[in-house]
Design a protein around this ligand. Structure first.
Ligand code: NAI
Length: 344
């Protein structure tokens, strides 16, 4: 872990979010109180529900709370498609310069999967690329979206990936681009990766195009270790990766900057199942495990991961996304029952 990502704080900002956010964050709160971990949540919401009441999507109190606590965990937030406010998620990442979106892709339990042994971590650049939001209508029938790639921002995400490999005794970095077509923007990202790779001669380095990567991830996902890529490719490849190991309901993530981190699952607000007690809370709970690891509570993270593993051994515990009939709060109670005696 990088030194500047070494947190210790009792207070964590909790953002419930929209859609299934309130249900999965409620599950998180129940688990945390049974886990007996020394964390207090400071709850401040953002998103559509806040806009309806207060006229702003992100209240100043939320910015202040994150700035003070340095750590937040959030439920998903709905982004209107095609019009209106850009994206609250993108806004938070930009405001706190959370440049590394880190998404581990690994099954958290014994599921019936096509592949065993998938264990990769995606490092996605989080602040530029097509997500910079530089778009214009040049006529009624023509829209442009500008892809921004800079040396500075490419360097820091690629370095973070190499440092992660070193700190976690992993072996390989795959840099993913489409530099054969976008010779300047993706070409710059790739050039920077080649330069940085030379500083880490002990770490294996490979270059792949994004289309080939998508295929390789489907037919031979065990070959990947740590992937580093631009914003859009990282977003798409991590959903693909989630599909390989049980789906969006199981995949955690974190957005990290120099001294602030926001933990969140990779899924969205799932409006199709919101408020129905059907959402799988495991992705958010695993995001919380990443938080525990980072604040030095590795033993508690191990206990929680163990409870999730035990829960996933029995199909009768599964929520609908995993092919079962259990509810959000049902699976939460099962996980709590497995926190057991190890949790002193
Ligand atoms: P989504 O991830 O919300 O849903 C895709 C599918 O997966 C749906 O069928 C949904 O029911 C299912 N699903 C997702 N999470 C689940 C869970 N925990 N348990 C069970 N099933 C689950 O993606 P979608 O529909 O594209 O986006 C919905 C909204 O979420 C949009 O407004 C989008 O902008 C927003 N979003 C927010 C994110 C965030 O806050 N970080 C990330 C991605 C999307």
């Amino acid at each position: 872990m990088r030194k500047d990502w070494n947190y210790r704080s009792m207070y964590v900002t909790l953002i419930k979010g929209d859609g299934i956010g309130p249900e999965i964050t409620e599950s998180l709160k129940k688990v945390v109180s049974s886990l007996k971990v020394d964390i207090e949540f400071e709850e401040i919401n953002a998103g559509l529900s806040v806009f309806e009441k207060e006229g702003v999507y992100i209240p100043q109190t939320l910015f202040d709370s994150i700035k003070k606590n340095k750590i937040a965990i959030k439920g998903p937030i709905t982004t209107p498609i095609g019009h209106g406010f850009r994206s609250i998620n993108v806004e938070l990442r930009k405001k706190f310069d959370l440049y590394a979106n880190i998404r581990p892709i690994k099954s958290p339990g014994p599921l019936d999967l096509k592949f065993d042994g998938v264990d990769m971590v995606i490092f996605r650049e989080n602040t530029e690329d097509l997500y910079a939001g530089v778009e214009e209508m040049v006529s009624d029938n023509e829209a442009h979206s500008i892809k921004i790639i800079t040396r500075e921002k490419s360097e820091r995400i690629i370095k973070a990936a190499f440092e992660y490999v070193r700190a976690n005794k992993r072996e390989k970095v795959s840099v993913i681009s489409k530099a054969n077509i976008m010779k300047l923007s993706d070409g710059l990202f790739l050039d920077v990766a080649r330069e940085i790779a030379k500083e880490y001669p002990d770490i294996e380095f490979e270059e792949l195009l994004v289309d080939n990567t998508a295929m390789q991830m489907v037919i031979n996902p065990e070959r990947f270790d740590v992937i580093v890529t631009e914003n859009l490719y990282g977003d798409i490849l991590s959903d693909l990766g989630a599909g390989l190991v049980g789906g969006l309901g199981l995949m955690p993530g974190v957005n990290k900057g120099k001294d602030i981190a926001i933990y969140e699952s990779i899924h969205g607000s799932a409006p199709d199942i919101a408020g129905k007690n059907l959402a799988n809370p495991i992705a958010l709970l695993l995001s919380f495990c990443l938080l525990l690891d980072d604040i030095g509570e590795k033993d508690k993270a191990k206990v929680l991961r163990g409870a999730i593993y035990e829960t996933l051994k029995d199909k009768k515990n599964y929520t609908r996304d995993l092919g079962g009939t259990n509810s959000t709060y049902g699976i939460t109670d099962t996980m709590i029952s497995f926190l057991g005696d190890n949790n002193g």
